[in-house]
Write a protein that binds this ligand. Sequence first.
Ligand SMILES: Cc1ncc(COP(=O)(O)O)c(C=O)c1O
Length: 414
Amino acid sequence: MNPLDTPPSSLSAPHPSPWQLARRTQKMNPSVIREILKVTERPGIISFAGGLPSAQTFDIDAFDVACHHVLKNEGQAFAQAALQYAASEGYAPLRERVAAFLPWKVDPAQVLITTGSQQGLDLVAKVLLDEGSAVAVETPTYLGALQAFTPMEPRFVGIASDDEGINPADLADKGREARFLYVLPNFQNPTGRTLSEARRAQLVSVAECIGLPIVEDNPYGELWFDQPPPLPLTARLPDQSIYLGSFSKVLAPGMRMGFMVAPTAVFPKLLQAKQASDLHSPGFNQRVIEQVMKGDFLERHIPKIRQLYHHQRDVMLAALAQHMPSGVRWNTPQGGMFLWVQLPSVNGKPMHAVDLLPVAVEKGVAFVPGAPFYSEQADTSTLRLSFVSATDEQIRKGIAMLAAAINDYATTLV
Ligand SMILES: Cc1ncc(COP(=O)(O)O)c(C=O)c1O
């Protein structure tokens, strides 16, 4: 018998895991939303839970033409460059198109192409946050940003916010110590709200006065319904702001293409962080996007998305007005993909969206509870509805089911 077949008795005890995880992993959690989506992705369920753009808006033919162009029309050297390693800053013609597309004067040298704007959030965290650094955030805010910042072990400072967005007076009070303010001025995820012109002016003046940098995340700004939103904050305070943009909601999230505009004081460090992270964003995808931007495709395409989402919002608003029990409140977003609902109290007992969810799923409809979007002191009576991924019929049926679920849940509280 081979002596190695019999392990010494000290080795036969169950072995603890050989992996010693970094301390920061204790703060990492699975996205609550992804976990919820798993439950709600039962076949047949009408889901208002996801944050995905409508797949109807993906123009497959335009991508087909653009891909063919990149690989065939421009010659072999161009196609080879598209498939080769490349500069971390991004494909120069795309950087120029992005700069020209933005509504204020941007030097293409300030544009960094990112692998989705989610990467921009990760780079911002790596470059600007130390353990214990304060980050000022809206109440509530984008969960994916909280996730991207959390591994750097910052301290979140929630700034009071209402239907018009962040409260500048509260920012003046609480923002002084923060490394930056993370803000979504347009059709915010999760609430759908927009920062008014007056608030933008006040917010910029507070930020300037207390020397607070701004990280402005704007993936939904192009998806306006009746009128474009006011000018971005970065346009008003370019040396003190980082702007994050995305092609996910106007073209296709599967391309994983986004960008950031950063002042010279931080650009080199963001670039180094990007180099370490993924060397560069896919050169092929960058050329495809540049090709799509070269013609007037976006100018023709984006209005179709606006029209579709506007219509879907109206269908959802009408269904809410028709079916919701009294006391339930919701907003009227002027663009984007989401609507925010507040549940009432019954006999002084608050309704919790997390407790409503299983009742709703049982009836065949899903949503995302609002609580995970709060950095602190969550309002558990809130929930987010996406109006863009269901048909008109599904929206009407789903909202009727949700109203029935609220009624059923309310009876358990009386
Ligand atoms: C507010 C916000 N920022 C950033 C992102 C990330 O977008 P992407 O990485 O696809 O550009 C999302 C995605 O839903 C979002 O809602």
